[in-house]
Design a protein around this ligand. Structure first.
Ligand code: SF4
Length: 487
């Protein structure tokens, strides 16, 4: 078992803790000066191994619940899952894939990204218990079979003389583009990063979504006429209003919500402290695929502390292990039960060798003599008195200060939206935190002709929810353009 980082004073009571060498000189660590996977890529697990017989067997566990089935109701896209399960039971994988893809252009990716204990699978588990069909796995599998068969394609609609600008090439933007193209409306996607894909490429670790899938999907969109313009930061380089003046009939803003929140902790700017989004992007991509300001090499240490307890923190831990860090420890201020993550994902990360320290509040980053971060000072926490709702928050114990040593510290303590577009688009209404205000039924913003969706409007959420927003916005845009042409 891997060791956790040593504790200097006082002991924070973990039987796994033991002394390690005083320091891991980054230069001595052959893995430290690069952010490249050392282990064989886990992408070979995509799609996760399943034989046709296993797929049929799993689908046979489906009870074919009466309409509306709990799984369909729970799915944000309302996919007719029992119908797909019935096709799989009869070995009709392509028909099953068509059911998934009809409502979700990202069905293959969502099969992997939708958490096993959320949405449709969670609803199914409640009616089907331990023998529930593996809906996500089966969706991913049949869509992969369809893609491999060469029968997966995007059929463009009859071309119309209309063009929509999409700002952001993550799941909402891409889903919007595909839906528009299917209606014959051309789409141009603007992306500030060097490559398209948004958070699918830059924010999700490779083990969850291999670049091949993203590249294939982008290629499929390009083949039906979607234009990608990368390296352009709309709102900063070009105002949204210029897009309208350039002749686009409508604009869909899907820039995500991916600016890391920086905690107000002394020393957070020390070398060796990095932000989660940059850590994941560096772990996943070669320098040329990163923005210029991120292309310099970043040393990576053996001992990594990840501060935070959400899905992004777990993604960072997994990425760190994959790169080759010997010790990866999550430091979370609350209890394990408070972690807003799937139990399955947490178990997976633990199994991969990571450690967790709960009820631990970081209060100061400490440099070594060279000025690089070498430790974080923490306070032990305990449960405080119940509030009026009976909830007990964690509160630091005065005087319980102790040090956790680390070579690299990753801050994964939340994200907030980029305020740039809100500030540079007159009349575009946003909430105080920067999220764009939309009509939940249409995804229309306060500005006529401008729509928004995905994390930029809701904050961090499931990929499948962003897909729903993109498709919904595309339908509204089509309807509004049709209505305008009849006037
Ligand atoms: S809830 Fe489960 S058992 Fe029922 S139809 Fe959906 S997948 Fe089948």
């Amino acid at each position: 078992m891997r060791n956790v980082s040593p504790v200097d004073k006082p002991s924070a009571s973990s039987s796994e803790e033991q002394e390690l060498p005083e320091s891991n000189l980054l230069a001595d660590n052959p893995r430290a000066a690069r952010y490249e996977p050392l282990f064989p890529s886990e992408t070979s697990l995509f799609p996760r191994i399943l034989s046709p017989q296993q797929a049929v067997q799993s689908a046979q566990n489906c009870l074919l619940c009466a309409d509306p089935a709990p799984c369909t109701l729970a799915c944000p896209l309302q996919i007719d899952i029992p119908k797909a399960m019935n096709f799989i039971r009869q070995n009709q994988f392509l028909q099953a894939a068509a059911i998934f893809r009809e409502k979700n252009p990202f069905a293959e990716a969502c099969g992997r990204l939708c958490s096993e204990d959320l949405v449709c699978q969670k609803a199914c588990n409640q009616v089907c218990s331990a023998a529930a069909p593996q809906i996500n796995l089966l969706g991913e599998y049949v869509c992969f079979v369809e893609r491999e068969s060469g029968q997966q394609s995007i059929t463009p609609g009859t071309p119309q003389d209309r063009s929509v600008a999409i700002v952001g090439s993550g799941p909402a933007g891409l889903a919007c583009a595909e839906t528009l193209v299917r209606s014959g409306i051309s789409a141009t996607i603007f992306e500030k990063m060097p490559l398209p894909g948004g958070m699918l490429r830059y924010g999700i670790p490779e083990y969850k979504l291999p670049p091949d899938w993203i590249n294939n999907y982008i290629g499929a969109l390009e083949s039906v006429g979607v234009t990608f313009k990368t390296g352009i930061n709309i709102g900063r380089d070009i105002p949204v209003d210029d897009l309208i003046q350039q002749g686009f009939s409508a604009v869909f803003i899907a820039v995500g919500c991916n600016i890391d929140s920086i905690p107000d902790i002394p020393g957070v700017d020390l070398p060796g402290v990095c932000l989660a989004s940059e850590f994941i992007a560096r772990a996943r991509l070669i320098p040329e695929q990163l923005p210029l300001e991120m292309q310099h090499r970043q040393p990576l240490g053996i001992r990594i502390l990840v501060l935070g307890g959400g899905n992004t923190a777990l993604d960072c831990m997994r990425a760190a292990l994959q790169i080759g860090s010997a010790e990866v420890t999550c430091v979370y201020e609350k209890s394990e039960a408070d972690m807003p993550v799937s139990d399955l994902i947490k178990a997976e990360v633990k199994e991969a060798g990571a450690h967790f320290r709960y009820m631990t509040k970081p209060v100061r980053f400490i440099p070594d003599p060279q000025g690089n971060v070498s430790a974080v000072e923490c306070l032990q926490c305990e449960l405080g008195p119940p509030d009026q709702n009976g909830q007990r928050d964690s509160v630091p114990i005065p005087g319980s200060n102790f040090l956790l040593r680390a070579d690299t510290i990753v801050v994964a303590m939340g994200v907030h939206p980029d305020p740039t577009i809100g500030k540079t688009t007159p009349g575009l209404s946003t909430y105080a935190d920067g999220l764009i205000t939309i009509d939940p039924a249409t995804r229309a913003t306060s500005r006529p002709g401008i729509f928004a969706g995905g994390d930029a409007a809701h904050g961090p959420h499931l990929v499948v929810s962003a897909v729903l927003d993109g498709m919904c916005a595309a339908h509204t845009i089509e309807l509004s353009l049709n209505a305008a042409s009849r006037i």
